[in-house]
Design a protein around this ligand. Structure first.
Ligand code: KIV
Ligand code: ZN
Length: 496
């Protein structure tokens, strides 16, 4: 089973997304590094910029098959060949509605074009994928005739697109079973998500004999998008036991990379890679998970398998076991009575609508236990930010770090990025920013900004903290310093 990724083509067809040239090269490298078999780098005939990108990706000589998309026209194929791709993907509409209203061709003409274009591709390129566009709304007898024509003309793989996402898993199973038994060519599927069935249809196609799946990172694509790589791969690997060749432990980081570049966030409840995918808040769940993770997780898919992490979160459903575990991990050991009071306070704050971070929990616990919070390793003294439309955002910070005055300046993608990088420049511990969320508490331009962040140290421990204020740079800085102080406090406790 192989994975064919179309993030670079379908991702760009997602309304509002356009990756930069450098981002496209990095995405191609990332997809290769996680074991994607083939990457559709773009549609070179569509623009000069697209042609340059596809050529640049092909020139990287990556360890993945690089494919260019082409309409069933020789001039489109020629542009792909000029880009030095390893594979040309030609498509032609086959359903009546698309044939009549888009290319205005008869069924016989489509058959002739199919034979001609596939053999033209094979005369110039080793690998040819042929797609019957809108296959799932095409008369099945005719569809099989078209696929046979493509296979006889030399297609190395045929693709069955559910172009407008109208198929069901049962229909997909029947169709793929027929195609696999009646057409002598490997079969690939490309499913759209208009009814939310893209992943189910894709994995069912594999069950029925498809040997390749088309997916995108985070399910990007036109309208409701395409089958998501993380969900498709994990269903195949963990439920069906099918090897996909994907390094699943890199799925989370790949999802976040594309989310950053596309500007489309990952929903917290998104399967596999969403923030909540392995988070447990309610008392019963976290109690179970502390005893044995498989109680309230699939077990056949762990956070480690997808490069994610398990988290106990603090909210109105939190239980004593989770709170005790989180505090014990930080070397804080409250009595039974103290635990009750801490849990009560966390629930009270959550019910009032406050997101309770790790830093808040330790503050609550140390106050209730009367043990002091261990002091602050970092105290910000000064911060200066320079930003504008013609300057690179730059931040300079001066802070007392363990009693010593340190200064650091950094540039960044924006003032917040520059400020956080400057702070990280003076921190003794090696930490990485893992999460950053900002919310405006009221609607106006003078709204109070509330920043929640999570940082990870070099041992994989994650610390969350928050900051708020009417200046989002200062609120972000406060959140970062609170998180670092928490980390330092826990490190000190560990060495005692
Ligand atoms: O959805 C579709 O039919 C396509 C084809 C180009 C394969 O994207
Ligand atoms: Zn498509």
């Amino acid at each position: 089973m192989t994975v064919f990724d179309t993030t670079l083509r379908d991702g760009e067809q997602t309304p509002g997304i356009s990756f930069t040239f450098a981002q496209k090269l990095e995405i191609a490298r990332q997809l290769t590094s996680i074991g994607v078999y083939a990457i559709e780098a773009g549609f070179p005939a569509s623009s000069e910029g697209e042609r340059e990108t596809v050529k640049a990706i092909a020139d990287q000589r990556l360890d993945a098959v690089i494919c260019g998309l082409a309409r069933s026209r020789k001039e489109d194929v020629d542009v792909c060949i000029d880009c030095d791709v390893d594979m040309v993907h030609v498509f032609i509409p086959t359903s009546e509605v698309q044939r009549v209203h888009t290319i205005k061709k008869t069924p016989e003409e489509v058959l002739d074009i199919t034979r001609e274009i596939v053999s033209y591709v094979r005369d110039h390129c080793e690998l040819c994928m042929f797609s019957a566009m809108d296959a799932t709304r095409t008369d099945t007898e005719y569809l099989i005739e078209v696929f046979r024509a493509a296979a006889d003309a030399g297609a190395t793989i045929i693709n069955v697109p559910d172009t407008v996402g109208v198929y069901t898993p049962t229909a997909m199973k029947n169709l793929i079973t027929r195609i696999v038994s009646e057409v002598n060519c490997p079969v690939d599927v490309h499913c759209h998500n208009d009814f939310g069935l893209a992943v189910a249809n894709t994995t069912t196609a594999v069950e029925a004999g498809a040997s390749q799946v088309q997916v995108t990172v985070n399910g990007l694509g036109e309208r409701a998008g395409n089958a998501d790589i993380s969900q498709t791969v994990m269903i195949l690997e963990s439920i069906y036991g099918v090897k996909t060749g994907i390094k699943t432990a890199s799925l989370y980081e790949t999802s976040r990379l594309i989310s950053r570049y596309s500007g489309i966030g990952v929903l917290p409840i998104q399967p596999v890679v969403g923030d909540n995918a392995f988070s447990h808040e309610s008392g019963i769940h976290s109690h179970g998970v502390i005893a044995c993770a498989a109680t309230f997780e699939p077990g056949i898919m762990t956070p480690e398998m997808v490069g994610h992490r398990r988290r106990l979160t603090l909210g109105k459903h939190v239980g004593r076991h989770a709170v005790r575990q989180m505090l014990t991990d930080a070397h804080i050991n409250p009595s039974e009575i103290e635990i009750d009071r801490i849990v009560e306070k966390v629930k009270f704050m959550s019910v009032k609508g406050k997101k309770v971070t790790d830093a808040d929990l330790y503050e609550i616990a140390t106050t209730i236990m009367g043990i002091g919070n261990g002091g602050r390793a970092i105290e910000l003294q000064d911060i200066a930010i320079m930003t504008g439309n013609h300057v690179i955002p730059t931040a300079s910070v001066k802070a007392l770090v363990n009693g010593k005055e340190l200064v650091c300046s950094s540039t960044g993608n924006g003032p917040v990025d520059a400020a956080l990088k400057a702070i990280l420049g003076i921190v003794p511990a090696k930490v990485q920013l893992k999460e950053f969320n900002i919310e405006a508490i009221s609607g106006g331009s003078d709204a109070i900004g509330h920043v929640n962040i999570a940082i990870e140290d070099d041992h994989g421990h994650v610390f969350s903290a928050s900051g708020s204020g009417d200046d989002i740079v200062l609120a972000s800085t406060e959140a970062m310093i609170n998180a670092i102080n928490l980390l330092q406090r826990i490190r000190q406790a560990e060495t005692k």
